[in-house]
Design a protein around this ligand. Structure first.
Ligand SMILES: CC/C=C\C/C=C\C/C=C\C/C=C\CC/C=C/C(=O)SCCNC(=O)CCNC(=O)[C@H](O)C(C)(C)COP(=O)(O)OP(=O)(O)OC[C@H]1O[C@@H](n2cnc3c(N)ncnc32)[C@H](O)[C@@H]1OP(=O)(O)O
Ligand code: FAD
Length: 662
């Protein structure tokens, strides 16, 4: 087995224009954090207790069992090693790689819902148990019949003032809770979203803390039906589940009462906003933006390294086969996603900081930031997960045939990450939520109100510049202005379409539906403007080392120009950009790709994913792809014996029969 680095990759690294460690530091927030990250990752990756057979060779049941064991072990070790809360994600992502785990919902939604929705007394009662994994919970909201339309949930929680209990019921098949992660086999508690009924009146969906399995033998409690929903496109390591209730009684104190309350006599106390009950989803949407950047960075790392190792065809007759990354068409497949990975990595950081600031404000009782936070997180969640989806698939195809093998790591990455476009708010629906906010804001600006935050720019649509002027299409200011103009114009046009539909006699919902393609387009343009502007702003950081600011600027330019060329109609339609501008943009893309080519490997190395996390034969740091492909294939269960038992059962009699008939 080759112990040295593949010579092509070695040369790539020697020829890069900067030290990737500097960008790693920029991406993770400083050298100290990178040091900590690497220590924790190597602790996890070198721990023999976490080693197991490749998941690709396992059944769904084996994957679940392996991951349950591994995650529980991780919880114990995190405690023993006393890893700081802020650093745990480094250790966790090294243990689980790109696979979801059966405790993901406990950590990612059950606990956050307790933090965000429980009163102090409720926190005192449950938090210690939940934080210490004495109970395991999930977030049970989606039903077989309704995921998107929360107000349409059918599960009921009916208050009985005589016993001061809620009676939980699943009235129909479509009311079965369906999908919650960790519900099928792992959880013994859940936060249940159910329609609250008091004295026959409906008060809408509210969160309730419900025990579903015995703490003694893990059997479903009386009145509870629970199980696993079966194999899925990905997510084999998670027991997504179903759940139904038949007159299950829980104490009044089990409704999470930080905001809404039900008094013992059944008096309902209204929350400051009914949407506060949706808070956990907003948090996870912000997390998905971060995650999308990371996922895309992983896919692009695999495809870029492999494209430097892979040699194919003759570019010039009689010359050696070139590295496939030297084909400009290959660069055009990968470099825009390399740039997008950086763009969304940085957007994710900004999204998280907006989330933290706004949620601190909200928890102190000032809910004014809620609409903007919801609209921004919904739009960026949708945009980032859509781009990550398309990018992962493009990276897989860019790896040719080997991309289709699980050895590449790309099919599993895609299968596990593509539901990011569906869960936590289906993407089109999320874009329409953003559009709703944009329409409101736009109308406010027409009334002369001054707008703030991400929509401040809607206050004045820029005029179309006079013809005949020249623009420098590499100038980030020019590019941001173009995105800003496009977003403002598309918001304006969607508003006009909405108004026209109304004037043509449609009621508001029908008008909204008729204009919805334009509304999504406007929300998309708004979100893309945010991403481009954010990238450009991060480059103005005066502490940025000059050796890396050049290469990061190229990435930012490429990201903006690629989006502009891909959506050129939007920029040309009203004459804001000219055909000359777009032609110039295309030429700049080619020139930027040529400049980025020598730095491509260093740029993906800078994401700093160790092999154990990438989990890809094609994306190995040392580039020794071919020998490891062979080794990986040999480990496949079908290769355990030279002659498979099915030969004796089926093939042998079949062949013998055919031979006998000759
Ligand atoms: C487990 C996570 C672990 C770690 C995280 C790390 C990384 C993340 C990566 C991976 C995540 C892993 C696993 C995820 C597992 C998945 C879990 C789930 O999917 S849980 C279920 C999620 N479900 C949804 O998201 C449902 C989507 N639907 C809705 O949110 C609402 O129904 C919808 C917004 C579509 C409509 O709501 P409705 O009540 O009908 O409102 P309406 O349209 O009438 O609007 C009223 C009014 O309210 C505003 N609004 C709506 N939502 C919010 C909100 N959340 N906050 C603030 N405001 C809101 C809306 O804009 C409107 O305002 P105006 O009237 O226009 O002013
Ligand atoms: C892997 C995975 C894990 C999950 N984990 C959990 C979990 O832990 N807990 C949980 O509660 N749920 C979970 N879910 C469920 C998930 O949140 C829902 O599937 C998601 O919210 C989408 O809802 P839906 O399935 O009802 O889609 P639908 O709403 O049925 O979407 C179908 C189509 O209808 C369109 N559509 C729907 N409404 C509108 C509208 N108003 N305007 C325009 N178009 C519309 C959508 O755009 C989409 O194209 C999970 C799902 C998956 C796939």
């Amino acid at each position: 087995m080759a112990a040295t680095v593949n010579p092509d990759l070695k040369k790539e690294r020697e020829n890069s224009s900067f030290d990737p460690n500097k960008i790693t530091s920029f991406l993770y927030g400083g050298p100290e954090i990178v040091k900590k990250k690497r220590e924790l990752e190597s602790l996890a990756l070198n721990d023999p207790d976490y080693q197991h057979e490749d998941l690709n060779f396992m059944s769904q049941e084996q994957q679940y069992e392996t991951f349950l064991k591994k995650t529980l072990l991780m919880v114990t070790k995190v405690r023993e090693l006393k890893i700081d809360v802020a650093d745990r994600h480094f250790y966790r992502s090294a243990v689980i790689g790109t696979n979801p785990d059966p405790l993901g919902l406990h950590v990612g939604m059950f606990l956050p819902t307790l933090y965000g929705q429980a009163s102090q007394e409720q926190k005192d009662k449950w938090l210690k148990m939940a934080e210490n994994f004495a109970i395991i919970g999930t977030y049970a909201q989606t039903e077989m019949g309704h995921g998107t339309f929360l107000r349409g949930l059918e599960t009921t929680a009916t208050y009985d003032p005589t016993t001061q209990e809620f009676v939980i019921n699943t009235p129909t098949i479509t009311a079965y809770k369906w999908w919650p992660g960790g519900l099928g086999k792992t959880s013994n508690y859940c936060v249940l979203m159910a329609q609250l009924y008091i004295h026959g009146k409906s008060y809408g969906p509210h969160p309730f803390m419900v025990q579903i399995r015995s703490l003694q033998d893990h059997k479903p409690l009386p009145g509870v039906t629970v199980g696993d929903i079966g194999p899925k496109f990905g997510y084999g390591s998670v027991d997504n589940g179903f759940l139904a209730f038949n007159n299950v009684r829980i104490p009044r104190e089990n409704m999470l009462m930080k905001y809404s309350k039900v008094e013992p006599d059944g008096t309902y106390v209204k929350p400051p906003s009914t949407k506060l009950a949706y808070g956990t989803m907003v948090q996870v949407r912000a997390n998905i933006v971060v995650n999308s950047g990371r996922v895309l960075a992983k896919a692009v790392t695999i495809a870029t390294r492999y494209s430097c190792v892979r040699r194919q065809s003759e570019m010039k007759p009689g010359h050696p086969e070139p590295q496939v990354l030297d084909y400009v068409t290959q660069q055009y497949k990968l470099f825009p996603y390399l740039a997008a990975a950086y763009a969304f990595w940085l957007t994710g950081q900004t999204m998280m900081s907006v989330y933290t600031t706004s949620s601190n404000q909200i928890s102190k009782g000032d809910i004014s930031a809620l609409p903007e936070l919801h609209a921004l997180s919904a739009g960026l969640k949708a945009l980032s997960s859509w781009v990550a989806n398309v990018g992962m698939e493009e990276c897989r195809m860019a790896c040719g045939g080997h991309g289709y093998s699980h050895a590449s790591g790309l099919p599993r990455l895609y299968a596990n990450m593509t539901p990011g476009a569906t869960y936590e708010g289906e993407n089109t629906v999320m874009m329409l939520q953003t559009a709703r906010y944009l329409m409101k804001s736009y109308n406010q600006s027409l009334q002369g109100e001054k707008l703030a935050g991400s929509v401040a720019y809607l206050s004045g649509v820029q005029p179309v510049p006079a013809a005949g002027r020249t623009r420098n299409m590499l100038d980030l200011g020019v590019l941001c202005d173009a995105y800003r103009h496009r977003a403002a114009r598309l918001v304006h046009e969607a508003a006009v379409q909405l108004r026209n539909e109304r004037q043509a006699g449609k009621d508001q919902p029908d008008a909204w539906n008729a204009a919805s393609v334009d509304l999504v387009k406007a929300a998309m343009a708004h979100s893309q403007y945010f991403v481009v502007k954010n990238f450009a702003e991060r480059l103005t950081d005066s502490t940025l080392d000059s050796s890396i600011s050049d290469v990061l600027t190229r990435l930012c330019q490429l990201h903006a120009l690629h989006g502009l060329v891909t959506n050129s109609g939007d920029f040309l339609e009203d004459g804001y950009l000219t055909g000359t501008d777009v032609r110039q943009a295309r030429r700049h893309i080619n020139a930027l790709m040529a400049k980025l080519r020598p730095d491509a490997v260093a740029l993906v190395d800078a994401f700093d994913f160790p092999d154990g996390i990438l989990n890809s034969v094609l994306g190995r740091y040392d580039g020794n792809v071919y020998e490891h492909l062979l080794e990986w294939a040999k480990a496949s269960p079908l290769n355990k014996t030279d002659v498979h038992q099915s030969y004796h059962k089926y093939l042998k009699p079949f062949l013998e029969d055919n031979r006998a008939k000759l």
